[in-house]
Design a protein around this ligand. Sequence first.
Ligand code: SF4
Ligand code: SF4
Length: 310
Amino acid sequence: MKEKALIFDVKRDCSEDGPGIRTTVFFKGCPLSCIWCQNPEGIDPKPGISFNKKSCCAPVCGYPCVSVCQIGALLQDHPLQVEHKLCNRCNRCFSPCPTKALEPIGRWITVEELLYEVYVDKPFFSSTGGGVTLSGGEPTQQMGFIECFLRALKEENIDTAIETCGFFNYEYFRTQVLPFLDLIYFDIKLISDSESLRYTGRSNRLIIENFSRLIKESNIPVIPRIPLIPEITNTFENLRGIAEFLKMNGVSNCSLMPYNPLWVDKLKCLGLKARYKRNSFMTKEEEDACINCFFDAEKPESQTVCSEIK
Ligand code: SF4
Ligand code: SF4
C-alpha cells in the first residue's frame, strides 16, 4: 500500500475519545479554521515547525540551529526569532537543538507504518474494549488513506472511531469509510449559518446536511459533540437551536465539551496570533447554564436532549 498520510501526533492511553483505552491518531489539515481551535497545529495541511521559547537555552547553546538554516528563517537573537512563513521544512534545525525547542509538526506515514505503531497497544484495546480513534485536524481530509487504514484495523479486529467536523463528501464517506467504523463523534458547533461562516470560516450547510443523513442511514452510533465556547457557541440561542435540531432528528444524546484555554500556548509556538481572547476555564455556573439550555424551561422534567458533559 503506497498511500501516505500527514499526521501530527499519535496519543496513547486516551480515555475520552471513545470506549476503553484508545490510541488517537491526529491527521493534519482541516477545512474549517475555528477561531478557538484546540489543535491549531492541525489546521494547515502542510508540515510545519514549532518553536517553544520557554525551552530555548540560547545563547548558551551557541545557536547551532541558526548555523544550519540556509534560508534565514532563524535569526540569532535572545530569544531566538523564527520566521515561520520563510521556513521550507528542510528539517535541518531539529536535531542540532539540544533542548528540542524546535520541533517538526507533521510526518508522512504509510498505512503499514501507522498500523505497526498502533498495533502494539492491541492488548490494552482487547482488555478494556478500546481501540483506535481518528482525529485531527480533520481526518476525512485524507479520505483515501483513512479508508485503507480503517480497513486494515478491522482486518485486525480493532475497534474504530472517528472525530469529525462533518465537512466531507458524504457519498465517499458513506460508501468507503463508514463500513469500517464502530463509532462517530460529530461536531455541531453553530446552528446559524452566518455565525458558522464568521467563526469557523465555513458555511454549516454541508455539516448539518451530512449529520441529518448520517443519523438516518448509519447503523453505528453517531454522537453529536458540542464545544462550549464562551460568548460564541455557548449562547442560549445557539444551544437551544442545536437542541431543537437534534430533537428534530430523533437524537437523544449528545456530549458537551467545555472550553479549554490551553491551546493559546500552542499558538505562540506556531508564531500565530490569538483571534479569540478567553484564557480561563469555564466556571461550574457557566457549564450548568449550558446544560440547562437542553431542557424545556417550562417543563424541566421533559428533557430535550440527554446531555453528557466531559
Ligand atoms: S526547518 Fe529548515 S528552513 Fe525551517 S527553520 Fe529549520 S533549518 Fe530553517
Ligand atoms: S532553538 Fe535550540 S538550537 Fe536554537 S537557539 Fe534555541 S536552544 Fe539553541
